[in-house]
Design a protein around this ligand. Structure first.
Ligand SMILES: Cc1ncc(COP(=O)(O)O)c(C=O)c1O
Length: 433
């Protein structure tokens, strides 16, 4: 085996035992993480890897986190952590809410609900949209919004995620996402970005709102500004503006899921800022917690608020999580120019590396297909590249049917970014040999 790594004895033993004691979930990468340092992670045998996953979009500030976050944790944990924040009040959750409503797009009054994860942020968004009295929800094929029952009803990226789970929430309708690489209508000419968006909007308006769901009964359309789990699919820039026009016409809410693409990943704090559109509800989680704390937030138009007792939880608004999140926002704001600069490096370095390369900021997807004409997904090659990259000391994660997501911590230097792409290129060459 041509491997950059030393022996992985401890690593393999822990994996074997984990399979015995831990529930089967989505673990596929045979790596036992022992510790992290910036953009580098170490396994339990002391092997060192460059991280292009950010712990699935969580460690945007590096591993274990930015030194200033660790300082906030040390100070705050001695003062207040859990504060039963839905039954009492604390300053930390208030300060974070003020910051979030201030930076979230939209010149209107907003409020914030806190949970502990992305799926809970989505559940709150579903419930808020139901408070309008409308019943139907629209989501996109390829979407990932979480795995609890409400969010799973919106998720449509892989059937395994829904396997044996039906019945899910009723009155959820899925529509094609404007995927520029794999045009959902298979009709020549529709690849033109404007046409692709027009067809998407027309499909919703002419089919869904005329034949399936009365528009006055549709509560919300849920969308990802870039589909994450679905394959790092960057839609045309016309997508959200046209979606906004459509929802405005019928009084439907636009829910923008920023759980994976928010927090500076695309070079803006919220990915939706690339479209100049203000959603009615925004969901955040993952990197909001600075790589340390689990936290989710649902930022919403203030007039949509819940009635007393209609929604709440135990851990939401944890003072430690909120103090960390506030500092994370601060640090990410400072990193945005760096992310925008590195976008150019990735754009140049990744050119031609796979059958499709797409991305923005530090959110990149590369895809492998069996044939460029049919675009039949080549999951086998993708999986082998991930496996080979790991041997070369580069950690990658899949996305969609045959793509790899490249999402390093936002603190990555240009030198490390180039080193990572070089390891990726080598892995692809080794697989294709
Ligand atoms: C866009 C999006 N929404 C929601 C979720 C669910 O987040 P969590 O896993 O924290 O429940 C994810 C998770 O990957 C996601 O990418």
């Amino acid at each position: 085996m041509s491997s950059y790594l030393k022996e992985k004895q401890k690593n393999d033993l822990i994996i074997k035992e984990s399979e015995e004691f831990l529930a089967t979930t989505t673990r596929e990468i045979p790596l036992v993480i022992d510790r992290g340092e910036g953009v580098w992670i170490y396994d339990v045998d002391g092997n060192k890897y460059l991280d292009f996953t950010s712990g699935i979009g969580v460690n945007n500030l590096g591993w274990p986190s930015h030194p200033e976050i660790i300082r906030v944790v040390e100070e705050q944990v001695k003062k207040l952590a859990h504060a039963a924040a839905n039954d009492f009040f604390n300053v930390e959750q208030l300060e974070l809410a003020k910051k979030l409503v201030n930076i979230a797009p939209g010149n209107f009054k907003k409020k914030v609900f806190y949970g502990n994860s992305g799926t809970e942020a989505i559940e709150a968004a579903i419930k808020l949209s139901r408070t309008t009295g409308r019943k139907y929800l629209i989501a996109f094929l390829g979407a990932f919004h979480g795995r609890t029952f409400g969010s799973l009803s919106l998720t449509a990226s892989k059937t395994t995620q829904r396997s044996q789970m039906a019945p899910l929430l009723s009155n959820v309708i899925h529509v094609p996402y404007p995927n520029p690489f794999r045009n959902p209508w298979h009709i020549d000419g529709y690849e033109d970005p404007k046409e692709l968006v027009n067809r998407t909007i027309e499909f919703i308006e002419d089919y869904v709102l005329k034949q399936l769901a009365p528009p006055e009964e549709v509560a919300a359309i849920f969308a990802e500004p870039i589909q994450g789990e679905g394959g790092y699919i960057v839609p045309p820039k016309e997508f959200y503006p046209e979606l906004r026009k459509l929802v405005d016409k019928y009084g439907i809410l636009l829910v923008d899921d920023e759980v994976q693409m928010g927090m500076g990943r695309t070079g803006k704090m919220f990915a939706v800022e690339h479209y100049n559109v203000a959603p009615d509800i925004i969901t955040l989680a993952k990197a909001l917690g600075g790589g340390i704390m689990p936290i989710g937030a649902t930022i919403f138009r203030a007039d949509l608020d819940f009635k007393p007792g209609q929604h709440s939880n135990t851990f939401g608004g944890n003072a430690l999580a909120c103090a960390v999140a506030l500092k994370s926002i601060d640090l990410i704001e400072g990193l945005l120019p760096h992310v925008q600069e590195l976008e150019k490096v990735f754009r140049d370095e990744l050119q031609g590396i796979a059958d499709d390369v797409r991305g923005i900021g530090l959110a990149w997807g590369i895809e492998f297909v069996k044939d460029l004409k049919t675009k039949e997904p080549d999951a086998k090659t993708r999986d082998k590249v991930i496996e080979e990259a790991l041997k070369l000391g580069l950690v990658l994660l899949p996305a969609g049917q045959s793509a790899i997501r490249l999402i390093p911590p936002l603190v990555i230097s240009e030198e490390d970014a180039k080193e990572g792409v070089e390891r990726l290129r080598k892995a692809i060459n080794n697989v294709k040999k």
